[in-house]
Design a protein around this ligand. Sequence first.
Ligand SMILES: O=C(O)c1ccccc1N[C@@H]1O[C@H](COP(=O)(O)O)[C@@H](O)[C@H]1O
Length: 218
Amino acid sequence: MLLGKQANSVHGVAVKVKVCGLREVEHAEAAVDNGADAIGLMFYAPSPRHISNEEGAAISKAVKGKASRVGVFVNPEPDYLQQVLADVELDILQFHGDEDDDFCEQWGLPWIKAVRVAGSTDVEAELARWPNASAFLLDAYTPDAYGGTGEAFDWRLFPKEQNKPLILAGGLNPGNVAQAVATVSPWAVDVSSGVESARGIKDEALIKGFLNEVKNVR
Ligand SMILES: O=C(O)c1ccccc1N[C@@H]1O[C@H](COP(=O)(O)O)[C@@H](O)[C@H]1O
């Protein structure tokens, strides 16, 4: 599991893994069976990984009790988010847009704030904008997309010390995740396009490969 109701562990002994943008029950099951701590369900319509509430409910049910189910949103309308919560059992919310602390805090679930990092970003100052976040996910900034681009940021900008769990994301894949973990020592890693055979299409072998690579450095 990724986070409890209270997130209070920082830099635990094992690197946790979230596999994001799952659209098929069998891919979610493959991720969980191979050691994923969390799966991400994309509720952002422009994403190639977007799923309906019905699809999300089926995946959520399949992995219940085995992994944390994270709903990923980008600047959602409150009514839409409310409807997702009514239809899909989720454990954690991930906000990947311009949502402020008050917006993220109102849903009664632990939440992760994604912060998009460019060369000029003052990461510490950015993280201070969401004091109630349970954890932060650091992803690459790209001007034309909110995430899921397969782009990495400069890992030297990843904070060495933080009082909250930090998740490394952006451009991770089976070929670079071991190096990323060794370089940055994140609390968790998050992958989406790096385990796809085509845009939005997850690949079971790549999912397994990614999880094996992380296991080797756990
Ligand atoms: O996956 C998407 O399409 C997406 C769209 C909008 C916001 C976030 C999105 N995905 C998240 O982006 C990061 C990094 O993805 P990648 O591994 O570089 O493809 C990851 O946290 C996804 O959850």
